[in-house]
Design a protein around this ligand. Sequence first.
Ligand SMILES: Nc1nc2c(c(=O)[nH]1)N[C@H]1C(S)=C(S)[C@@H](COP(=O)(O)O)O[C@H]1N2
Ligand SMILES: [Mo]
Length: 317
Amino acid sequence: MLIKRRGDVPTSEITDQGVYLRRREFIQAAGLAAIGAAAGGLLTAPRTARAGEKIHAGAMKSPFSTAEEPTSYKDATTYNNYYEFGTDKESPATHAGKLKTRPWTLMVEGEVKKPRIWGVEDLLKKMSLQERIYRMRCVEGWSMVIPWVGFALGDLIREAEPTGKAKFVEFVTAYQPDNMPGLRIPALDWPYVEGLRLDEAMHPLTILAVGMYGEVLPNQNGAPIRLVVPWKYGFKSGKSIARIRFVERMPQSAWMKASPQEYGFYSNVNPEVDHPRWSQANERRIGEFLKRKTLMFNGYADQVASLYTGMDLKKNF
Ligand SMILES: Nc1nc2c(c(=O)[nH]1)N[C@H]1C(S)=C(S)[C@@H](COP(=O)(O)O)O[C@H]1N2
Ligand SMILES: [Mo]
């Protein structure tokens, strides 16, 4: 495996000018916020973060980030898949305002020694946030580059201490019938459920994102907390996660239930394995005109290929 750990990164990469400036901005912003809070008497009752607010954790630059140009914020927040708010790309931005994102709890349960119901604010205090600029590839053939703000899912898993029986992780997302017009359409078996093998979930590339573009995650992108697995098709990255359950057997994802011949458990980006109805060889990067070639594991093969050694990736699609 070719994984650069934080300790291996030369100091110059961590404290380059941009990061330095952003860190200074952060400190200034934090100072201003403290003054504002004191003036408003808010010190004892901190406000919960809202979409659009700065969330940048002080600009730890992740060695896992791509140097590619991020997709425009507008495209990333208006061209979405979030079926709970409708099946076309514009619906999430139109309707996701109704999603209730606080108070929010994240239940960690199942085959763990320390099950826990986390309040999302407590979780953010505990975990160290990073910016991770990732390529994202949707199964439908488009891709984006998103600067996420999040933390390694592995850090949360280590807190929970999985038992020897834990082989898979199931992710159950928000189910809010009053706020999600898409739930009336039986497109999927709600709530939206996804799953990973434990080692995939523990992989340092797998994160829980709470922000993007340095700001709190907009609802349509999965507020307040979403999974991000950059070497898999976008649908594996479940939005608005409510429960993380450790299990012995492979979970059935919502997409596997809906169409098992089209959507397998692994769903690794693979230009050599076509979707039954279309090729996966190319993709359109949103904002670009010409298509580009899709890369094995979405370009993350050096980091993740060893997770699948000896597996037939045509069978385990
Ligand atoms: N809960 C939930 N999560 C979801 C989806 C969804 O419909 N519901 N769509 C998935 C799909 S198909 C994709 S491509 C990505 C899109 O993420 P984005 O809109 O932030 O780009 O979210 C994934 N996560
Ligand atoms: Mo997707």
